[in-house]
Design a protein around this ligand. Structure first.
Ligand SMILES: *Cc1c(COP(=O)(O)O)cnc(C)c1O
Length: 385
């Protein structure tokens, strides 16, 4: 892929034209018009009463979407993408302890990378898209006796859901904390945080909550946040306890938040609550079923054979052998659609279709027609060459 960097000296009017797309990638997503309107709806100070109202509303609704009680759980908001929430937990909670990271794709690998900066870190490695080996995980837990296990709920790089309940049961029995990266799954795939024995979970604004990117969220039990009091976090800005203290004590954030993004996320979260979190999960399941049926009708294979492991966030579709992914991607861009390709072992071999933004059946049908057209064109170009 090549990108040209526009010179800073080029006046705005002469920049290459910027375009908008139908975003069928797992973030950024197309937002609801009311979310776009909320972004610039109000101007006030984050140290005044309005901020407390906004933050209380947002934190309350996030817990409603999570399906947990405010008496037991809290949500804190961090300005920064999903990785900020993940690093906040891994640095503050790990705090130079022992962390076992479960990996079966790109985002598990990232958790391991982040944790290695802060903790004694061991990784249980699986092949990408390989189901967790629970016997091996249990043996590794007993060998390392970690303070915390970290895992990804929905491994975005493959589309696979990992078994939080099963890992949670292993952790709960031994009194080990469990951190689950729910960055892409939150508000799309159901997860009972309380029942599964999760200690902390993370998400971000720009995925299935369907707002703009730039904010992230850490969910945790009050007692787990409170247990961080007095511990010296390895860094100041992402000190998870400070976020909790400011949120609970003052209904504010420790530092200047991206206020317009908070306004947009508050409306986006309200929209999920209004639609009903479980109705949203069902709707996303239906949209993905439509993508899957459409891909099959085009003669395309899906990456994941086990339908129970497939998320409601996205579908990973294998490209026909010999298809050049970049030509395919550019063909879809010409038709107005953005999709991402595979990474790691699947680079150049598959594409991913996500439906977590403001997408409906008509958009999916239009997209499937475009995929058929682009594949026919690229196959023809191959047979001529
Ligand atoms: C998107 C994502 C993240 C965070 O990535 P950012 O680039 O920081 O937004 C983390 N984990 C998973 C599973 C994700 O899908």
């Amino acid at each position: 892929m090549t990108y040209s960097t526009p010179s800073l000296l080029v006046p705005h009017s002469e920049l290459a034209p910027l375009q908008s797309f139908r975003l069928l990638c797992p973030g950024p997503v197309n937002v609801h018009p009311e979310v776009a309107a909320a972004l610039t709806s109000h101007e006030f100070s984050h140290r005044e009463e309005e901020m407390s109202t906004l933050l209380a509303n947002l934190r309350h609704n996030l817990l409603r979407v999570a399906g947990v009680s405010a008496a037991t759980w809290a949500a804190v908001i961090i300005t920064g993408s999903g990785t900020a929430a993940n690093e906040s937990v891994l640095s503050s909670v790990g705090a130079h302890g022992r962390v076992l990271v479960l990996q079966n794709g790109e985002f598990g690998a990232r958790l391991a990378q982040i944790s290695a900066h802060h903790n004694e870190t061991k990784v249980v490695e699986h092949a990408w898209a390989e189901a967790y080996d629970l016997a091996r995980i249990e043996a590794e837990i007993d060998a390392l006796r970690p303070d915390m296990v970290a895992m990804v709920h929905h491994e975005t790089s493959t589309g696979m859901l990992n078994p939080v309940e099963a890992v949670g049961a292993l952790c709960k029995r031994r009194g080990i904390k469990l951190f689950v990266d729910c960055v892409s799954s939150f508000a799309a795939d159901a997860l009972d945080l309380e029942g599964a024995g999760v200690t902390f979970a993370s998400t971000s604004s720009g995925k299935a909550l369907a707002s703009y990117p730039g904010l992230s969220v850490v969910f945790g039990r009050h007692e787990a946040f409170a247990a961080l009091a007095g511990r010296k976090a390895p860094c100041h800005y992402l000190d998870l306890f400070r976020f909790y203290q400011f949120a609970e004590g003052r209904a504010q954030t420790p530092n200047t938040p991206a206020l317009p993004l908070l306004l947009a996320l508050a409306r986006a979260t309200e929209l999920v609550v209004e639609a009903g979190p479980s109705q949203r999960v069902a709707r996303l399941r239906k949209l993905n079923d439509r993508v899957r049926a459409g891909a099959k009708a085009l003669g395309l294979e899906l990456l994941l054979a086990d339908s129970a492991a497939r998320s409601n966030v996205l579908t990973s579709v294998m490209l026909p052998a010999g298809t050049n992914f970049d030509a395919f991607r550019l063909g879809l861009r010409d038709a107005g659609f953005v999709v991402y390709g595979g990474k790691g072992p699947y680079e150049g071999r598959m594409f991913q279709v996500s439906t977590i933004g403001a997408v409906d059946e008509a958009v999916i049908d239009e997209f499937l027609v475009a995929v058929g057209n682009v594949l026919r064109r690229t196959a023809k170009a191959r047979s001529v060459a």
